[in-house]
Design a binder for this molecule. Structure first.
Ligand code: GLN
Length: 469
């Protein structure tokens, strides 16, 4: 599928129309029962009417950055009048009364929202199997997981059901499904994109991110989405131009603490050969993030702690489903029992980590570790421009393959540090897969805080360079 720039130049030359683009998109969307990437797809007549309106606007001379472009939204972000279930029974009947800031910006830029994508319940998971409404399948191999928790968004982009998608990334949920579906998945610096209207999981880690097949589309969408928002006091202005520019990256760091026994053999092969390729053009140096491995443990206290507080609002009174019962407390108990296993596990773990007797040993210690990590990245970025790691320890695994929740947590070993340290990071598909039928492998680049545009420009350079080989 073409990138947005190519679509616009074809539209200019009257080779295609947005109506035509939407017809193609609807064809793909009609096969979604095989993938279950979406929990809600907008009505075809409405979508065609939106595409027609975009064509008319174009013919009248309007040139908005995403005019007529189909985009999918993870079902934990509010879109006025559409369901927002978070993949949970507890929000099954909740309809969003307003637009998330990110959604509003996309609409203002002319994008057409096609629907809401499937996710692990409340974005907790790495396989998209924790959705209360059933799993999503990987379009590249339907027996495999598309990754998670933004697996629906990744599957939508990979299968051509939308050109772009929004996901949310608390500990890797945009990058990891991008790695499993051979797409680009970008998590910006903390605060770069407003979280207003994104259902909170762990507020100090959550970021909205972009999934696309082309790095230039990630840049374009990010330029629309970035910016301080009065509705989110943690948001801030981080520069993002609509086009890439020369990145001037010279030195890339390889994390010493990532050792080969953490990696599946195919991932190791891809990682090693990519390092080799990189070192022809860039200076590749070994760096040390001593607390890399502990980051995962810190994440699995901080994220559940914040989740246990954020999820206390689902009492059956304010949002979504209310279970009737004889009295108020029984009604709350029954309603909260609608949470799935994994969400309950996180609430228990988080409440425990915050409890009077254990707070110092668990939650405070995890935050202390987090500060160390911030400091260690700071030191490293004195010396290198970017850090390279694999995105995940393994290629896509089979649906149902990972049974122990702790084993699934290990899938986040390489993605959680960027969230804990507030840094921008992206998944880029390994470009030199010898056997094109093999499942994709993801490479992750992490950049200093606020250098999101440099990171994306660099990825674009790398991708174009690799394609020319
Ligand atoms: N897999 C991680 C978790 O389950 C990250 C999820 C996310 O980024 N939303 O917590």
């Amino acid at each position: 599928m073409d990138d947005v720039k190519t679509i616009f130049s074809k539209r200019e030359a009257n080779e295609i129309t947005f109506t035509h683009l939407m017809e193609e998109t609807l064809k793909e969307l009609s096969h979604d029962d095989e993938l279950h990437a979406f929990l809600f797809i907008r009505n075809a007549d409405e979508l065609m009417a939106d595409a027609k309106a975009a064509d008319n606007a174009w013919d009248e001379g309007q040139r908005k950055p995403l005019l007529g472009i189909p985009i999918a939204i993870k079902d934990n972000m509010c879109v006025t009048g559409l369901p927002c279930t978070c993949g949970s029974k507890i929000l099954e009947h909740f309809v969003a009364p307003y637009d998330a800031t990110a959604v509003k910006k996309l609409k203002d830029a002319g994008a057409i929202i096609v629907g809401k994508t499937n996710l692990d319940e409340f974005a907790m998971g790495s396989s998209s199997e924790n959705s209360a409404f059933g799993p999503t399948r990987n379009p590249l191999d339907k027996t495999c997981s598309p990754g998670g928790s933004s697996g629906g968004s990744a599957a939508a982009v990979a299968s051509g059901m939308s050109l772009l998608a929004l996901g949310s990334d608390t500990g890797g949920s945009v990058r990891q499904p991008a790695a499993f579906t051979g797409t680009f998945g970008f998590k910006p610096s903390y605060g770069a994109i407003s979280r207003y209207g994104l259902v909170a999981f762990a507020s100090s880690l959550d970021q909205i991110g972009v999934l696309a097949k082309h790095p230039e589309d990630v840049i374009l969408a990010s330029s629309v989405l970035f910016g301080q928002d009065p509705m989110d006091s943690t948001s801030r202005d981080i520069p993002m131009a609509p086009q890439p520019e020369a990145s001037n990256v010279k030195r890339v760091g390889i994390v010493k603490e990532i050792d080969s026994n953490m990696l599946d053999k195919d991932v190791k092969h891809a990682y090693d050969s990519f390092i080799n390729y990189l070192s022809r053009t860039y200076e590749v140096v070994e760096i040390s993030i001593p607390h890399w491995e502990e980051a995962l443990a810190a994440y699995y206290f901080i994220a559940p702690a914040e989740a246990s507080s954020n999820l206390s609002r689902y009492d059956g009174v304010r949002y979504g489903t209310t279970m009737e019962a004889e009295n108020y407390s029984e009604s709350i108990r029954k309603t909260r029992n609608l949470f799935g296993e994994e969400v309950k596990r996180r609430i228990l773990l988080g409440s425990f980590a915050l409890s009077a007797g254990y707070k110092d040993a668990l939650y405070e210690k995890a935050n202390y570790l987090r500060q160390w990590l911030v400091f260690e990245f700071d030191q490293v970025f004195q010396n290198v421009d970017m850090v390279l790691t694999p995105t995940t320890p393994t290629p896509p695994f089979k649906l149902g393959e990972i049974k122990d929740p702790l084993d699934l947590y290990k899938a986040d070993l390489f993605t959680t540090p960027a969230n804990l340290a507030y840094l921008p990071a992206i998944n880029m598909p390994y470009p030199f897969q010898e056997n094109k039928k093999d499942l994709p492998i993801g490479l992750q680049f992490i950049a200093p805080f606020g250098e999101d545009h440099k990171l994306l420009s660099f990825i674009n350079e790398l991708w174009q360079g690799a394609e020319e080989l």
